[in-house]
Design a protein around this ligand. Structure first.
Ligand code: AHR
Length: 504
């Protein structure tokens, strides 16, 4: 039997802007995330533009990726940019991820070309762990200066006379762990040097539109990470003219326990409910670190950037465990919606997030196998949520009810609302219950709703996936609702994500 959940939305009470950058992506040199997934090379028989796969570009364009974080991850702290420019690339190794050959054929120019093709901006993570401030500063000069320096001339000789734009700069990655196992104090001493000397010289970034500098932040809620956030934010509060940060990164995977042991397909309701319970911890984590940031930065000048998040399961059988290959199911679609809702509710502080990772790695948008490509359930959630990019948050009040499985209890329903730039109201509603539909009754104050229309994403089973042979098992279908006595009434299928706009 369908359960009833009443939502009330007061359209006059708007909140913060939901920054489109919370829909950011992460592409690391890891497994087939770059090579084969994005880069096939200009001589490939797979249709490509200057070596970059056309099918992947078309898919990513459709979800309006705002920014891509690159080249890592742990890889970033071993990346030396000079090996990836010019006609003669230096072949190295990728010790973090399977110890495989890194051909460096996908470097700065190829990354920027890829961004141009999909219409996204660059979030570059510089090497603090094994690089130097000089190396990072020169990379930024190479990429961004418009003046005729030797590095700018080299960039022009390599095919790009115009300066590139680097919108965000990550100063290290997980410096408390794979990025060099630093203490907060040691990291701070490094971070201040990078913040001071690693500059964007792009003329378009000299006034308001400055490159954002993102410091390494926490990787969880335990004391060592609250101490880390305290240390960085306290330093920020006392910062002088010579250094600054605009963001604090946070990494949090839905993993259950390390090493990752939940399987990504062939599971049942028990694993479905456990994983969703784990993923909802994101709310506490964001609240906890936001509260620390509020102490030192009450004006919320420093954004919390959740630049690695998503599900991390056991590697799929028969794959290289260092390549982090996993399937992507309807459970992941629900998980993605729940996290995006959390970020939207914290839009005043969370102004960026990057799901890990975009192609073929962890909770991917698309998966490829030679010339084949398939869109994942998570992809469709990102596509359905496009109207929320840069929209204005509208609070929704509701009693979510409870969905229980064994000893796990979860909210039955989650919902957010927002107004887009044209003033249109959008609702995103997730029914977590995998067995029962939910009847939604939404009262809207401030507008007279006639109807609503949009899409619903559900699937036959919680572990339903799209495969190369059956790519349309989990795809959105149209849904609509009528207004009855001033309320929108609709029934949402079990384990579903719905996004709809309201007609007045
Ligand atoms: O996304 C995979 C890895 O997870 C990243 O390289 C690292 O930053 C994190 O530990």
């Amino acid at each position: 039997m369908a359960q009833k959940v009443e939502l009330s939305v007061d359209v006059s009470k708007t909140g913060a802007k939901i920054d489109r950058n919370i829909f950011g992506q992460f592409a690391e040199h890891l497994g087939h995330g770059i090579y084969e997934g994005i880069w096939v090379g200009p001589d490939s028989t797979i249709p490509n533009t200057r070596g970059i796969r056309n099918d992947v570009v078309a898919a990513l364009k459709a979800i309006k990726v705002p920014n891509v974080r690159w080249p890592g991850g742990c890889f970033a702290d071993e990346y030396h940019w000079r090996k990836g420019i010019g006609p003669q690339r230096i072949v190295t190794l990728n010790p973090n991820w399977g110890g495989v050959i890194e051909p460096n054929t996908f470097g700065t120019h190829e990354f920027m070309d890829f961004l141009d093709q999909i219409g996204a901006e660059a979030y570059i993570s510089v090497n603090v762990g094994s690089g130097t401030p000089q190396e990072a500063a020169e990379w930024l000069e190479y990429m961004t200066t418009a003046q005729p320096t030797t590095l700018a001339k080299e960039r022009a000789a390599n095919g790009h006379p115009q300066p590139f734009k680097v919108v965000s700069l990550g100063i290290g990655n997980e410096s408390w762990d794979c990025g060099g196992n630093m203490t907060p104090d040691y990291y701070l001493s490094q971070m201040k040097i990078y913040s001071r000397f690693v500059r964007s010289y792009n003329p378009a970034q000299q006034d308001k539109d400055q490159m954002l500098k993102i410091a390494v932040g926490p990787g969880g809620g335990e004391p060592r990470w609250t101490e880390w956030t305290e240390a960085v934010m306290k330093a920020y509060q006392q910062h002088t003219w010579s250094w600054d940060i605009n963001g604090l990164s946070m990494h949090s995977y839905t993993v259950g326990h390390w090493p990752p042991s939940f399987v990504s397909t062939g599971f049942g309701e028990s694993e479905y409910s456990q994983i969703l319970k784990f993923t909802l911890d994101m709310e506490d984590l964001v609240s906890k670190h936001s509260a620390i940031m509020d102490k030192y930065d009450p004006q919320k000048k420093v954004a919390l950037i959740v630049d690695e998040w998503g599900a991390w399961y056991a590697p799929s059988p028969w794959t290289n465990p260092g390549f982090l290959v996993q399937q992507n199911s309807q459970r992941d679609a629900i998980l993605a919606a729940l996290n995006l809702n959390i970020f939207a509710r914290h839009a005043d502080r969370v102004r960026g997030a990057n799901i890990a990772q975009m192609v073929n790695v962890l909770q991917a948008m698309v998966m490829t196998d030679k010339e084949k490509m398939v869109l994942t359930p998570t992809y469709y959630v990102f596509k359905m949520y496009v109207p929320f990019q840069d929209s204005t948050f509208v609070p929704v009040a509701f009693d979510a009810g409870t969905y229980t499985h064994g000893d796990i209890s979860l909210p039955r329903v989650d919902a957010i609302a927002a107004k887009d730039k044209a003033g249109k109201l959008w609702l995103a509603i997730t029914n977590l219950d995998p067995n029962r539909p939910v009847e939604i009754e939404a009262s809207l104050t401030g507008i007279t709703a006639k109807s609503a229309a949009g899409e619903i994403l559900t699937a036959p089973k919680v572990d339903s996936v799209n495969t190369f042979d059956a790519p349309n098992t989990v795809v959105p279908k149209p849904v609509s609702a009528k207004a009855l006595n001033g309320k929108l009434v609709l029934k949402l299928e079990p384990k579903s994500v719905t996004v709809m706009s309201v007609e007045q």
